[in-house]
Design a protein around this ligand. Structure first.
Ligand code: C5P
Length: 234
């Protein structure tokens, strides 16, 4: 898979999600979409099958984190759902990440892409030290988790677009960086603190950008999606 824009379907029901996707029915390019916890827990695996049947690639963003055996079995279920990309927390350890890769791998050797969350962007230095008792600088921790994810056989990490360059330096150009926190130059940042435009994310080397509200809340979502593709992919 090459560079792409992933649209975050942050909706709480099938009705809202499908009526949003209907706007794209006349489009030649079917958006790659992200299904997160809210929609998945509201609608279950049926929503994944339905969106897949409409021809979209799917990033299932469930951020698994449990003992290796449980994650392995859960990943086997997600693999059968035929998602294209899924994720877990690198904090679950290399053993858990390796078990996840095993669980995802189908009998024919194929599997969905698997990426790791390093430290959530909502975690700052202070909360990492106070709550997790990790006293290293946060960027060092992020790079360490990225390297461990690579060692475990994962395909990449979720990170801020500002970290894409460093992750590629540490783990190689082939190691995917999937980056949220994207806003148009003339748009509203909302609650995202450190943002980049799609063009800047392309410049810095992000492989995929995850874009929610700048597309889902736009007066013309299709036009906003096309603008993202033009800036990031074309
Ligand atoms: O609406 P917005 O473009 O901010 O949506 C970004 C999407 O990426 C949301 O689904 C959000 O949960 C997700 N995300 C994020 N920051 C992270 C990890 C995921 O914004 N560090």
């Amino acid at each position: 898979m090459g560079k792409d824009v992933i649209v975050a379907l942050d909706f709480d029901s099938k009705e809202k999600t499908l009526s949003f996707l209907d706007k794209f029915s006349g489009e030649e390019r079917k958006p790659f979409v992200k299904i997160g916890m809210e929609l998945y827990y509201a609608e279950g695996p049926a929503i994944v099958r339905e969106i897949k049947a409409r021809g979209h690639k799917i990033f299932l963003d469930l951020k698994l984190h449990d003992i290796p055996n449980t994650v392995k079995k859960a990943m086997a279920v997600l693999s059968n759902l035929d998602v294209d990309l899924c994720n877990l927390h690198a904090a679950g350890t290399v053993a858990m990440m390796k078990a996840a890769v095993e669980g995802l791998t189908r009998p024919d050797g194929t599997r969905p892409l698997l990426i790791a969350v390093t430290q959530l962007t909502s975690t700052d230095q202070q909360s990492m030290e106070e709550d997790l008792l990790i006293h290293e600088p946060i960027d060092k921790v992020v790079m360490h988790y990225a390297r461990r994810a690579k060692e475990a056989g994962l395909d990449g990490v979720v990170c801020s677009p500002l970290e894409s360059g460093k992750v590629h330096e540490a783990c190689g150009k082939e190691f995917l960086t999937v980056t949220p926190g994207v806003r148009f130059a003339d748009g509203d940042a909302g609650d995202q603190k450190r943002v980049m435009t799609p063009a800047q994310a392309k410049e810095i080397g992000s492989d995929y950008i995850v874009v929610g509200r700048p597309i889902t809340q736009a007066p013309d979502p299709v036009a906003a999606y096309r603008r993202c593709v033009t800036e990031f992919v074309d």
